[in-house]
Design a protein around this ligand. Structure first.
Ligand code: NAD
Length: 492
């Protein structure tokens, strides 16, 4: 099927309700669960909490389908990914609507997720035209080479906050390298994070069984990490769950890629343009209600400009509108659920009790949390120490460059950092001392570009990287092959 022959009907259809996808939509063994609009609580779809039997079915289908997929030429697989990219564009409006309702994001975030995924597909399709191995030297007169081979079945576990792109950035390279996939999207976002991808990959020509989906929670996630037919787990989510995933995957000796939480610092020096910097850092702390792994969790500000910086950031926060993104033009939608909203509230109230001051926000109306700027934050406070995952900007002051570096690195996480200064030499010197996987100079931390190797260190991940050529290593393994014209002589 060519791009322009793709069916024009909706991507999400009633036949998907209550199913897992193994190549066809099959009734799940696990229980049926409602999917809600996060701003209103209205039920908008029926999904499932897949159980171990569902995962076993999908993994077996993936294992059976993988050899034929791997036998295709890499270029043939790349061509299918290019079709997926075109389909993303074609169906962006419908899928975007699901992203807004299922995750509570504001409408502009949806096309960003979808079109970045399409770009990812095109760039990864390009990698399928790259060399698949090396001709090696040898001490004997034999041919010797190393080639990439697939891992087999890759289990992909994703969170709810950016469900489409966080699945696509893993599934696309896994498929490109000849693997089959079992995707387990979060219970809160199975439509845009699972069913939509199932339909688009099928429309693009991915054969039945090569891409499968089991929506579910911890039970399905644990079953996937333990399933004997699964060879690798790629996990994106919290550090707490990531530790459990690594432990379980270890029991069946799976390769594990972990993309975990963050407590990212922005360092603002006294020579920074404060209007531009606060515009960027307000976005970095408040976009998607602060529910992004890259969110700026700590604003480290030179003491000489702290008052001006705080005043400007507070003014920007106060000007942002919070509400139902389907009903009005707002900057912030709802927090994903009551449990998370209450957690953010507690981190704020405990920090206020410990001596911080709310110079903007500080309260919520149900799931709608006001963008909050906290002044006078110190390293002993909960908002400094923990990943907040809410729209809260804690401000901490520093006196010297050394102190700023020490504060930025004063966390078990190591995802992203940003540095605002007019002095490029200083910025590069500091970047080299950040223990994070990502550093942005004169920009905020919420940046996703398909060309950059995205990933963290320490409690933010085990070295897994999404984006750029590193994905070829992530989703394949090396095989060493030697070829002799005749059997060489041996002393036995
Ligand atoms: P979460 O860890 O609760 O859930 C993530 C996924 O893991 C879900 O699909 C969930 O069902 C599953 N899961 C939970 N426990 C599991 C277990 N024991 N075994 C297997 N699967 C399990 O995280 P969340 O609240 O959905 O997402 C927010 C977290 O994700 C934040 O910490 C955020 O920083 C992180 N995150 C990281 C990145 C990154 O690229 N580093 C990107 C987005 C989100």
């Amino acid at each position: 099927m060519s791009d322009n022959q793709a069916p024009q009907g909706p991507v999400i259809t009633a036949e998907m309700a209550g199913t897992i996808f193994t190549g066809t939509y099959e009734a799940a063994s696990g229980r049926v669960v409602p999917v809600t609009d996060k701003a209103t609580g209205e039920e908008i779809f029926t999904s499932v909490a897949g159980n171990a039997a569902d995962v076993a079915r999908a993994a077996a289908a993936a294992k059976a389908a993988q050899p034929a997929w791997a036998a295709l030429t890499p270029v043939a697989r790349g061509d299918i990914l290019r079709k997926f990219a075109a389909l993303c564009e074609q169906h962006a409006e419908e899928i975007g609507g699901w992203i807004v309702r299922e995750t509570g994001s504001i409408p502009p975030k949806a096309p960003f997720e979808i079109m970045t995924s399409a770009r990812e597909a095109i760039e990864i399709a390009g990698l399928t035209g790259q060399p698949t191995g090396h001709i090696l030297s040898s001490s004997l007169t034999r041919a010797s080479y190393a080639r990439r081979i697939p891992l087999g079945v890759v289990g992909v576990i994703t969170p709810w906050n950016s469900p489409f792109i966080l699945a696509a950035r893993v599934v696309l390279p896994a498929l490109a390298m000849g693997n089959a996939v079992v995707l387990k999207p979060d219970l809160q976002s199975p439509v845009c994070g699972g069913y939509a991808l199932a339909r688009l990959f099928a429309m693009a020509g991915v054969p039945a069984g090569v891409f499968t989906v089991v929506p579910g929670g911890v039970e399905a996630g644990e079953a996937l990490t333990l399933d004997p037919n699964v060879n690798m787990i790629s996990f994106t989510g919290s550090t707490l769950a990531g530790r459990k995933v690594a432990e379980n995957a270890g029991k069946t000796l799976k390769k594990v890629a972990l993309e975990l939480g963050g407590n990212n610092a922005a360092i603002i020096f006294d020579d920074a343009d404060l209007d531009a910097a606060t515009s960027a850092t307000a976005f970095g702390s408040f976009f998607h209600q602060g529910q992004i792994c890259f969110t700026i969790g700590r604003h480290l500000v030179h003491e000489s400009i702290a008052a001006a910086y705080t005043e400007k950031l507070a003014r920007r926060a106060a000007n942002l509108h919070v509400g139902d993104p389907n009903k009005a033009q707002v900057h912030l939608g709802p927090i994903i659920n009551e449990k998370q909203a209450a957690k953010v509230e507690k981190l704020v109230t405990d920090s206020l009790a410990a001596g911080a001051t709310a110079v903007a926000g500080g309260s919520r109306d149900g799931l709608f949390f006001k963008p909050t700027v906290l002044d006078g934050v110190t390293p002993d406070m909960p908002v400094y120490k923990e990943e907040i995952f809410g729209p809260v900007a804690p401000i901490v002051t520093f006196k010297t460059e050394e102190e700023a570096i020490a504060l930025a690195n004063d966390t078990e996480y190591g995802l992203a950092a940003s540095i605002f200064t007019a002095n490029q030499t200083r910025a590069m010197r500091i970047a080299a001392q950040m223990k994070t996987g990502i550093v942005h100079i004169n920009d905020q931390t919420v940046i996703h570009e398909v060309f950059g190797p995205i990933g963290g260190t320490g409690a933010s991940g085990n070295g897994a990287r999404s984006g750029g050529p590193s994905v070829m290593d992530e989703y394949s393994q090396w095989q060493w092959v030697t070829v002799n014209e005749t059997v060489p002589p041996y002393p036995f």
